[in-house]
Design a protein around this ligand. Structure first.
Ligand SMILES: [Fe+2]
Ligand SMILES: [Fe+2]
Length: 157
């Protein structure tokens, strides 16, 4: 929990990531993908705040679609890394991705149908940052470390 507090910032009502302080792993390709995702989630948080201040709903839905597509590509890129290096906990890591992707899909679909901001806001500001922090510091951290070791040992990559 201490780590979460270090890289989450309170900005007015929204809890936003500071990209410099987000959790990092031992592979820059994975860090780059995570940076992109954090930037996108920050834009979504800004769009939610704008809506709360009375702006139109126009910008948010395309951003949510972009988030879903980015998350799919993010997860699939880690699956490719794990397959290539023979990561022993591949099934567990992949299973967690699929679980979270399903939740993200449902949250976005619910907002698209009902237009209710509160559940989406809670997911974007609290649920997802907590999940991301924990996931990067555990499963992604272990995956990056194992993949780098496999690479150093000359395994095909
Ligand atoms: Fe990741
Ligand atoms: Fe992951």
């Amino acid at each position: 929990m201490i780590k979460i507090v270090k890289y989450l910032q309170i900005k007015v009502a929204a809890m936003l990531y500071s990209p410099e302080n987000m959790p990092r792993v031992a592979r820059e390709d994975m860090n780059h993908t995570h940076e992109e995702e954090v930037a996108l989630v920050n834009r979504i948080a800004d769009a939610i705040e704008a809506l709360e201040l009375g702006d139109s709903r126009g910008d948010l839905v395309p951003l949510l679609d972009e988030w879903l597509a980015h998350t799919r590509a993010h997860f699939d890129s880690e699956h490719a890394i794990m397959e290539a290096c023979g990561f022993p906990a591949y099934a567990v890591h992949r299973g967690e991705h699929e679980r979270v992707f399903e939740i993200l899909t449902q949250v976005i679909e619910r907002y698209r149908k009902e237009g209710e901001l509160a559940p989406l806001k809670q997911f974007v500001m609290e649920t997802w940052p907590n999940w991301f922090d924990n996931h990067v510091n555990t499963m992604d951290f272990a995956t990056a470390h194992f993949a780098n070791m496999a690479e150093q040992q000359g395994k095909p990559f």
